[in-house]
Design a protein around this ligand. Sequence first.
Ligand code: HEC
Length: 263
Amino acid sequence: MRIEIFIDEESVPRQTLEPPATLELDTEGLADGPHRLRVHAIEDSGTVGVEEIPFTVRNGPGIAVVGLSDGDTVRGRIPLLINAFASRPGDAFEPQRAETPAPIPTWAWVLFLVVVAWGMWYVATELRAYQAAATAPAASQAASAPGAPGTASQPSWAVLGEQVYGNKCAACHQLTGQGLPGVFPPLKGSAVVTAPDPTEHIRTVLRGLSGKTIGGVTYGSAMPAFADQLTNDEVAAVLSHERTSWGNQAPPVKPEDVIARRQ
Ligand code: HEC
């Protein structure tokens, strides 16, 4: 018994072997494309058995085509992406190949857009919170404001002035210092508040005021007296606050100034 090996239409066997046999099929000499391995087993009596195995050789570079697949129906012009990658003979089945750029899948775009939208929303809300905090009357800002009267041991002087004003004065004179026309006089730009000599300013707050005509307006209600309600520090702080707020620019008042005018 002997075995004869043919490829394609060869009439002369490439190899003749005794069974069982191993052989190496060298494809380098074959053109890329479909081929046929034919094995003839010939018995000593002359009877021939035939086995045929079709196979495909690909020794040249691999080819990838994006944009057209088997059996597609197309019309007009169609864009194609074509890439070729070399295989290294010897590497059994791990061809070192160039990456074929594939189009980014739709789900990746959707995910990307969702992330971007979320990011923009997050930044917008953070920004709004930040702006709200920045425009709110910041106590810390006032505390660090320079020019507070008194000593360095009272860094919260400006805060104290703002607090006393908010609690005791703003109901009538308003936080804006503009009062209510005809009802409560403005402290913004008031001659008394901006006078370099604080005597009348201090007296008005300690003893109150009524029946005075300010800027041609006579106010029907009275200004209450605060001598019993506020300490010297508090009076000095609130007066300094009035003297340095709403555009007023007058020298601040010290606790000693208040003490001197208590009697
Ligand atoms: C209940 C309302 C009310 C409150 C509270 C009040 N004031 Fe007055 N204030 C008045 C009125 C009314 C006048 C005007 C009185 C007049 O013209 O006779 C006035 C006048 C003044 C004046 C004189 C303004 C000028 O131009 O002559 C000063 C200064 C003043 N207030 C400061 C303060 C301070 C400081 C506080 C808080 C500690 C305060 N007021 C709380 C009602 C108020």
